[in-house]
Design a protein. Sequence first.
Length: 436
Amino acid sequence: MKNKLQLLILLSVLFFKGKAQELSIDADIRPRLEYSHGFGNLIPSGADGSLFVQQRSRLKFGYKAEKFSAYFSVQDVSVWGDTPQIAAADVNNSFSLAQTWINFKFASGWSTKIGRQALSYDDQRILGGLDWAMQGRFHDAALIQYNNDSGLKLDVGLSFNQNGVSRVNTLFDPNNGGNARAVFDYKGMAYAWLHKDWEKFSGSLLFVNNSYQNLGGDAGQTPIDGTVNRQTFGTHLVAKPAKGLKFAVNLYGQTGKFTETVDLSAYNASLEVTYKPGKTLFGLGGEILSGDDNGGSDGEIKSFFPIFGTNHKFNGYMDYFFVGNHANSVGLQDIYAKAVVKTGAKSSLLAKIHYFSAAEDIATTDDKYLGTELDLVFTQKILPYATLKIGYSQMFASDSMEVLKGVTNPSGLQNWGWAMLVVKPNFLKWSPKPTE
């Protein structure tokens, strides 16, 4: 693998020499130590927590010219020790193509971007790069983009996915090696994002249509003819009426079909107010994701799916309400407060507390209160290209959380700690000297 990367770097430099306006080679290396004792779900009483180190090793190549740009990145995502020391090859298949796209710029602000790429818009609630996950989130898509000097932006994107080259049919299997991923792995996607900036206000409109392959068979996981379509649409608004004061609003709806026989009708709404009078930022916010009473049974799902967002950013860092957990569930109400305090010239401390409750009734209990989560994150800039982050989170779960999660005898302590070093060095940034 090392020889392949060296050859790739050499070929890139030789190819672009004398041609590119700018060639860059960068890296993104981030080892993360985690201690998990209740991350994502309640850990049963008597169960031991886990300790591991996961690492992203990403190499990035960029090329920029006046009317054309290209980007190429490869990565290895692994756990320390998952490959035997004297193995001749990496048997974990952890090496992958992260992104590769080309961009053509046309006249009057129009451009196109084609290939594997991250789709990240607004606060990343619906479409985001999911950078917390070591592998990130990427889409194979073609975009038409518009941007002008008045702050108006328009993106229109299209995607069509297949498992491989087939000469017979275009059935798409979202099960990904037996793991059902029907919420995430779409067959087709079409979306439009319109954004406008003003002096103290900005607003976006987003519409996303996803087509999913129909599934059948005894287990309901075999691809069959036909697709179902789900639409997500709404707005993200930001107002800055005074110095240091900011209001952010999300309003989204979802319609369409969850399956051939089950409709989808859901909504998401949030408001966050932040104020930074000096070096400390204070924030208050709330969010509601619609849900179903006792899991729903009327042929219609009312649970909102944040689909392809940076979900770790929302509803607590312990990911108890990660997007996959919203499927046919009781929804969520999240009221939170936060503060970001400067602890030094290059360091800060984030403290955030969430009060969680169900949006709809929970089976076998009348109490909607789910629990309270405390999140702490310390950030220290070590070098211009290196940052250390240390986090600790604890969930104070209620009896209703035990019912919702299906854990009857959880541990009295539900916590999670982590430390991550993020290093993003630039190895090469080269531009040809201008000719007379």
